[in-house]
Write a protein that binds this ligand. Structure first.
Ligand SMILES: [Zn+2]
Length: 554
C-alpha cells in the first residue's frame, strides 16, 4: 500500500481516537495487545464507513465519530493512566461526591496525565482541518467493507472471551462479550456509566419512603446490664492491613497501639468493596454485595443504636454521607471536612463528646489516606512532604514512606481516642476498620485502589477491637472475639458484631454473622461488590494476586 498524505492522516486519526485502548492494553502480551488493537481499529472503521455512507462527507462523519470517541477519550485516558481500567460507576461517584482534599490530591499527583487529553483534542482539531479539503468519493463496496470490519472486531472479542476463565463459568458468552468488550469499554463505557449513575439516583428516590419509615424493632429497649456505656465505630480511609507494625510490618508504624492492652487485631479481615462508594454502604448497613438493595431500603447502624436508646454522634473527617444519604440519622454531626484539617482535628471534638453523661454511640470516619500529614508525623524518609514526586514505580519507596507516615498518624489518633475512652472508666468498646485497602506498586506497578479486578491489597484491611476492663470482665463476647481473630471475617460482619457487643436484640439479627457470637460461622468465600455486581473470592486463594484465575464474576 502506498502511503499518501490522506492515508497517513487516516492512520493518525485512528491512533488518536483509540488512545485509552492503547494505554490500557499496553502492558499485555504482544499478541493479545495486537488482537485487541486490531479489534478496536475495525470497530472504528465500521462506524466511520457507515457514517460516510450516510453523510457522504469525510468532514461530517469525522465530527460525528469524533464526538463519540473524544468525549469518552478525554475521561478514559486519565482514568486508565491512574487506575489501569476504564472508568467505573464508583470512579464517577468518587469524582462527584469527593471531598475537596481528595480532588486536590488527584490534581497534584496526576496533572501530567491531563496533558494527554489536551494533546488528543488538539490533534483532533488538526485532523478535522485537514479532512475538510478532501472530497467524498463514491465507493460501491463501502457496505461490504464495513460488515467485514465489524465481523473481524466481533470475532477477535469472542476469541478473547473463549480464552478466558469465563468460558468455564457458565456465563452467557454472547452477552458477556457484548458487555465486556463493547459496552464497558471505550468509547461506549462512559455513556453506559452515566446511565448507571441515573439508575442509582433513582434507586435512592424509589426506596426513600420505605427507608424513612424503616425500623429495626429493637426488642430489649430497656437498659440491660450487659449493655456498654460507650460504643465507638471508627472507619479508616484507604487503610490496608499489612502496613501496621501491630500486624508484624517491619517498620514501626504503630508503636502506640502496640503499647495498649485489650486490643484484638483480626488477621483475615476484608472489605466488601475496593472503593469508598463501593464499600461504605456494606459497612454501616445490613446490605451485602449480594443484597445491595438493603443499603437503599434500610437505615444504618446509627438508627439501630438510636432505637436502643443511645445518643448518637458522627464525627466526619471526610464527606462520605452522599454514598448512603444518612446525614440526618445521627443526633449530632460534626463536619470537619468543610475546612482544611487533618485527622488530628478529630481529637478535641471527640474529647468534648466523650465526657457527656449518657449512653453514647459514636461514629468517626477518618480522612486517613486522603488527608495531609502534619510535619510532626514526618517519621519515614525520604517522602513527599516537602517536595512532590511524580507517581511512578521509580518513586515507589517515597510513596510507601508517605503511606507509612499516614499509618503512623492513624496509630496516634486511634490510641488517643482509646486512651480518652479508657479514662472515663466505663464499660466501653471501640471497633476500627477501613473502607478498603490500597496497592503500593506490588502488582504490575499498580498504585491506589478501585481497579476493576480488586487485588488482595485493595481489600485486606485491619480490624481492631478494643474493650475497656469493665466491658471485658465476665464477658463471653470478648473471649469469643479472641477465639475468632484468625478466622475469615468481612465488613459484612461489622453491623451484627456491634449490635451483639452492645447486646441489642432486634428482629433481623443474625447470630452466625456476629464475630463476637459463639455461633459465628466462618464463611468459605468472601464477596467484593464491584460496579453493581460482585466477585466471589475463595478464602484459600486470598493471597493469590492473579484473581483472574480464581474468582467468579456474577
Ligand atoms: Zn476510600
Amino acid at each position: 500500500m502506498k502511503l499518501n498524505k490522506k492515508k497517513l492522516i487516516i492512520i493518525f486519526s485512528i491512533a488518536i481516537l483509540i488512545v485509552p485502548d492503547i494505554i490500557i492494553n499496553f502492558k499485555k502480551d504482544i499478541i493479545i495487545f495486537s488482537l485487541i488493537i486490531i479489534s478496536k481499529i475495525c470497530l472504528l472503521i465500521f462506524f466511520s464507513l457507515i457514517l460516510q455512507k450516510l453523510t457522504k462527507s469525510y468532514f461530517i462523519s469525522y465530527i460525528t465519530l469524533g464526538f463519540l470517541y473524544l468525549s469518552s477519550s478525554l475521561i478514559e485516558t486519565i482514568n486508565t493512566c491512574i487506575l489501569n481500567n476504564y472508568i467505573t460507576l464508583d470512579n464517577i461517584k468518587a469524582l462527584f461526591y469527593t471531598s475537596k482534599s481528595e480532588i486536590n490530591e488527584f490534581y497534584n499527583q496526576f496533572y501530567l496525565y491531563f496533558l494527554i487529553p489536551i494533546f488528543i483534542f488538539i490533534s483532533f482539531l488538526f485532523i478535522l482541518k485537514k479532512i475538510k479539503i478532501y472530497n467524498y468519493n463514491k465507493n460501491n463496496h463501502i457496505i461490504i467493507y464495513s460488515i467485514v470490519s465489524l465481523f473481524i472486531s466481533i470475532s477477535i472479542s469472542t476469541y478473547l472471551v473463549f480464552n478466558s476463565p469465563q468460558i468455564f463459568s457458565g456465563t452467557n458468552i454472547i452477552k458477556y462479550t457484548f458487555k465486556k468488550y463493547y459496552v464497558k469499554q471505550h468509547p461506549f463505557n462512559i455513556f453506559y456509566r452515566a446511565y448507571e449513575l441515573i439508575i442509582s439516583r433513582s434507586k435512592f428516590n424509589k426506596y426513600k419512603l420505605q427507608k424513612d419509615s424503616f425500623k429495626f424493632n429493637v426488642l430489649n429497649k430497656t437498659d440491660s446490664l450487659d449493655r456498654p456505656d460507650i460504643v465507638i465505630l471508627i472507619i479508616g480511609e484507604r487503610i490496608r492491613y499489612s502496613n501496621w507494625s501491630i500486624n508484624d510490618y517491619k517498620k514501626k508504624t504503630s508503636p502506640n497501639l502496640e503499647s495498649i492492652e485489650n486490643i484484638i487485631s483480626f488477621k483475615n479481615h476484608y472489605s466488601n468493596g475496593n472503593s469508598t462508594a463501593g464499600s461504605i454502604p456494606y459497612l454501616i448497613t445490613q446490605a451485602t454485595p449480594q443484597k445491595p438493595i438493603l443499603a437503599y431500603s434500610q437505615k444504618t447502624i446509627v438508627s439501630l443504636f438510636k432505637e436502643a436508646g443511645y445518643k448518637t454522634t458522627w464525627i466526619s473527617s471526610q464527606n462520605i454521607f452522599d454514598y448512603i444519604e444518612n446525614k440526618t440519622e445521627p443526633d449530632k454531626v460534626f463536619e470537619l471536612y468543610n475546612k482544611k484539617h487533618t485527622d488530628l482535628d478529630i481529637l478535641p471534638v471527640f474529647d468534648s463528646i466523650i465526657k457527656t453523661k449518657n449512653k453514647k454511640f459514636i461514629v468517626i470516619n477518618m480522612i486517613g489516606g486522603h488527608g495531609s500529614i502534619p510535619k510532626s508525623f514526618n517519621k519515614f524518609k525520604p517522602n513527599s512532604l516537602l517536595k512532590k514526586y511524580p507517581l511512578s514505580f521509580k518513586n515507589k519507596s517515597i510513596f510507601i514512606n508517605d503511606y507509612d507516615n499516614m499509618i503512623f498518624l492513624q496509630d496516634y489518633v486511634l490510641s488517643k481516642i482509646i486512651k480518652s475512652t479508657k479514662h472515663e472508666n466505663l464499660s466501653s468498646i471501640i471497633l476500627f476498620t477501613a473502607d478498603h485497602g490500597c496497592n503500593l506498586f506490588e502488582n504490575e506497578n499498580l498504585f491506589g485502589y478501585g481497579s476493576s479486578n480488586p487485588t488482595e491489597k485493595e481489600t485486606h484491611i485491619p480490624l481492631f477491637i478494643w474493650g475497656s476492663d469493665k466491658f471485658i470482665k465476665n464477658n463471653s463476647k470478648y473471649s469469643n472475639l479472641i477465639k475468632h481473630q484468625n478466622l475469615l471475617t468481612t465488613n459484612d460482619n461489622v453491623f451484627y458484631t456491634l449490635a451483639d457487643l452492645a447486646d441489642i436484640k432486634y428482629t433481623s439479627y443474625l447470630n452466625n454473622q456476629s464475630i463476637s457470637d459463639s455461633l459465628y460461622k466462618e464463611p468459605s468465600t468472601r464477596f467484593v461488590y464491584i460496579n453493581g455486581t460482585y466477585k466471589e473470592y475463595n478464602n484459600n486463594n486470598n493471597n493469590n494476586n492473579n484473581n483472574n484465575n480464581n474468582n467468579k464474576t456474577k
